[in-house]
Design a protein around this ligand. Structure first.
Ligand code: NAI
Length: 308
């Protein structure tokens, strides 16, 4: 199975590394616009083969899309990340042009690929890819919910002082500091609602920390994070290539689901070899429904900036 990742920067290269050493694909092509950069990252990752024990072929390319031909999954991480104090939304002007051009070049060489969009503002970039490529909605997947949910489970694990892998939880809605919705009501520790262990105040703090999870790291690192984002992309690519039928919150095009249409926003999806195989309609309570509608309004406003 072949995966192309465009953008060999922090997120793209970390994700390529994880896909390689976890043997998720047999071939990875890294593409970047910076002369020699993707080739360098590919060679560096290849030189971990003998110490980490994998055989994945990793190839780099400076904007030569012929090398990406026949990819099963293509991942778009090209674009500008945010700096401290910036919102994801402020990146729209620069990243829209990059994502559209890259997506069209990828489709030319891999007409059957499933597209994973990572560049921010991710919901709007996913919508842009959906609208400009004309592919069926199951083949355009925005990655944000995997990362936000893993941050949510991390903060729950810290508050509970229990292993993160014993915790279940999901973040839906937009992939933005004020638009994401950590579903605290449905989070559990081995199936037992976390509300049995944590006070309302403690749960509210977990939700608030999750929502600014990315901004906290941007403040600490001086640029946006890459280990958890890269691993989250690899997790999603694994679910597609290995037909895992995992339930993962992803940004997908909605046609009436959750009361929304003509928008890409995070909802729980079953992910397998066909990409989005099912949108799972979970029963939200009235407060959650109101948050989802507000989140969708904000994402829709951002989508309007694409037209200006
Ligand atoms: P980075 O700056 O380290 O890497 C971006 C790479 O894209 C650079 O190497 C750059 O040369 C390349 N690039 C720019 N224009 C290109 C083009 N036209 N063709 C090919 N390559 C091109 O940035 P980083 O940290 O990897 O972030 C990438 C994007 O992912 C940003 O938009 C960031 O906001 C977003 N992001 C999204 C997350 C999510 O959960 N959806 C999580 C973290 C980052």
């Amino acid at each position: 199975m072949k995966v192309t990742i465009v953008g060999a920067g922090n997120v793209g290269a970390t994700c390529a590394d994880a896909i390689a050493y976890r043997r998720i694909a047999s071939e990875i092509v890294l593409v970047d616009i910076r002369e020699g950069f993707a080739e360098g990252k590919a060679l560096d990752i290849t030189q971990t083969q003998t110490t980490l024990g994998f055989n994945t072929k990793v190839v780099g390319s400076t904007n030569d899309y012929a090398k990406t031909a026949g990819s099963d999954v293509v991942v778009i991480t090209s674009g500008v990340p945010r700096k401290p104090g910036m919102t994801r939304e402020e990146l729209i002007g620069i990243n829209a042009g990059i994502v559209k051009g890259v997506a069209e070049s990828l489709l030319q060489h891999s007409p059957n690929a499933i597209f994973v969009i990572v560049s921010n503002p991710m919901d709007t970039m996913t919508y842009l890819a959906y609208k400009s490529l004309g592919l069926p909605k199951n083949r355009i997947i925005g990655m944000g919910g995997t990362l936000d949910s893993s941050r949510f489970k991390t903060y729950l694990s810290l508050a509970l002082d229990k292993p993160a892998n014993d915790i279940q939880g999901m973040v839906i809605g937009g992939h933005g500091d004020t638009t994401m919705i950590p579903l605290t009501r449905l989070a559990s520790y081995n199936g037992v609602p976390v509300s049995q262990f944590l006070s309302e105040e403690a749960l509210a703090k977990v939700a608030a920390d999750t929502m600014v999870g990315g901004a906290t790291l941007t403040g600490l690192l001086g640029t946006s994070a890459w280990y958890a984002p890269g691993a989250s992309v690899a997790y999603l690519v694994d679910a597609i290539l290995n037909d895992q039928k995992k339930m993962i919150p992803c940004s997908v095009f909605l046609e009436g689901e959750y009361g929304q249409s003509d928008i890409c926003i995070g909802v729980p999806c079953i992910i397998g070899k066909n990409g989005v195989e099912q949108i799972v309609d979970i029963q939200l309570n009235e407060a959650e429904k109101a948050l989802f509608a507000k989140s969708a309004d904000a994402v829709r406003n951002m989508n309007n900036d694409l037209k200006s």
